[in-house]
Design a protein around this ligand. Sequence first.
Ligand SMILES: [Zn+2]
Ligand SMILES: [Zn+2]
Length: 326
Amino acid sequence: MVEVCLLGTGGGMPMPFRYLSATLINFKGRKVLIDCGEGTQVSMKMVGWGFKTVDVICITHIHGDHIVGLPGLLSTIGNSGRTNPLTIIGPEGITEVVNGLRVIAKFLPYDINIIENPEIVNFNVNKNGIYVNMEVLRNKQGKIVELDNKGHLVLNTLELEHSTNCLGYSFYFKRDRKFNVESALQNAVPKVLWSKLQKSDRVVFEEKEYTSDMVLGDERRGIKITLVTDSRPTSIISSFIKHSDLFICEGTYGDDADIEKAIKNKHMTFREAATVAKTGEVKELLLTHFSPAMAQPNEFIGNAKNEFCNTTLGEDRMIKTLCYTD
Ligand SMILES: [Zn+2]
Ligand SMILES: [Zn+2]
């Protein structure tokens, strides 16, 4: 199960009734935050999922409405008692910007690892955190060595079409494979290793290596969540978001008449976002990043639903719960 909370749904500037667009994902109690505009930590406080368990922060692009809240949040995370390293991912230039913002948040009780413009990142997830998978092998002959290299979460990025370098994100939360007794017996895996191989990809026992494939059944479908903001629609977005369980997309303008503004400012209308969702064959579209000039986005929801029926208008602190399906 994965929970997704829209911390805010606004673009441009925070409004009295609408925080800037940011998304918090909760997987096994650990958190991934996408974007951090001004006020994001206030909305996080209202949601009450805590600060200490934020392990990864993904920044879509370096526009103020997506990053200005970062130094304040990093300080708050520090005050929450976190000492484990935190990973920040973002487009080209993110390292320089984070280091610049950190002039006002210099002393933090945890390390920050910045990954600039990656195409793909694999993570391991356990109750203590979300860790970048380094595939480190630490075998010792004759002893059982458990390797913590089972990737539970795969992050992919896509270059979007905006007025600055901007990344779309795809998160694929893998589902654990079922234990298969017949397979374990067939592969003559000692019983003492059965439970260990459900947690580790490889175990060395009495100088022989055993892999999890020897005891596990087929791969099962996980949960795919994609997020695109800010961007014009492009054909490659449709393949990037293909079959997402949840597609969170910007809809800066609701009115079809604002198409010229959308083109000029490199954003999308509701109808354009819905068309992308339709060609991407996603299960559900969640619209966000509304223009400050649009007080009532629900006036325009019909424009999106005409193209893609299963469209939901994002609201601040709306939570979506996604479950594995067989
Ligand atoms: Zn924006
Ligand atoms: Zn922008």
